[in-house]
Ligand binder design. Sequence first.
Ligand code: PMP
Length: 332
Amino acid sequence: SEAVVASIAAAVAQAARGLNRYPDREFRTLRQALGAYLERESGVTGLDADRIWAANGSNEVMLHLLQAFGGPGRTALSFAPTYSMYPEYARDTNTAWVAGRREEDFSLDIDAAIALVAKVEPSVILLPSPNNPTGTALGLDSVQRLLEATRHSGPDGAATVVVIDEAYAEFRREGVPSALTLLADHPHLAVSRTLSKAFGMAGARVGYLAAAPALVDALRVVRLPYHLSAVTQAVALAALAHTDELMAQVASLRTERDALATWLLEQGLDAVPSDANFVLFGKFEQRHTVWQGLLDAGVLVRETGPDGWLRVSVGTPQETAAFKAALVEVLA
Ligand code: PMP
């Protein structure tokens, strides 16, 4: 809204007056504000600045994790289909990459996952919940079992760092808990979040995580000096001051998402139950033809994920209406 824009502009003007100096490299004011936001969003307490880290997007947060805990001779593990950037962080840090499989319904068979962990001895596990591109959230019991199984599952009996990537967590359905609730008992857990999705601020490049202070300290060692600019810090703080308004938007997107998934099912299509701000739908013999037909009608969706599926993001009611009209036309 214009009110958020005005706050951000004022905060950037203020930051501009101090740009002759390097920024606060520990950015404790921002870490405290992010922790306070997470406490409010999840009901978890004790998330003070020592337990929060931030960087230029959660992409950089996860690169920091692999710089700190991956590296030559070590392995990172995830379960496909999953976020396509994970193997890039592994490649960039000379970390070996192993991808297990998710089930047909895109859930995770936790017994099979734990067996693979025992075999691979990974230093880091990257698990998005909700998953991209499927929208599937992990059950807390599964995460808990994985955390118990990873206390000594890394090389030489070290703990495996388990990263639950909650980039889309604010869109989760009622009753789906956040892995933040497991932080207190698990020093090898990191829960990653971002302002890119729920706050609608992908252009600002602000991602963050919550973890035990010792884990956060390891990330302070590998980041570049002054990696988070004074402008970025100012923008993020200004946006967080508008949490109420931005969360109202999330609530309406959730409603819109559920209605869209129901509508897709009513068209006789498959739609994967989603806790994110998109829905994976299909299955199409020729998904590219459907994708092209939608594009020709002015609607761009993602041709991503397992063969036969397409991913539609939840937008404004007008955008959703345009998508539905175009899809009906294409399928006819
Ligand atoms: N995790 C997941 C699962 C994502 O889908 C994305 C973005 N598409 C990110 C992390 C990265 O987001 P950002 O770097 O903008 O915080």
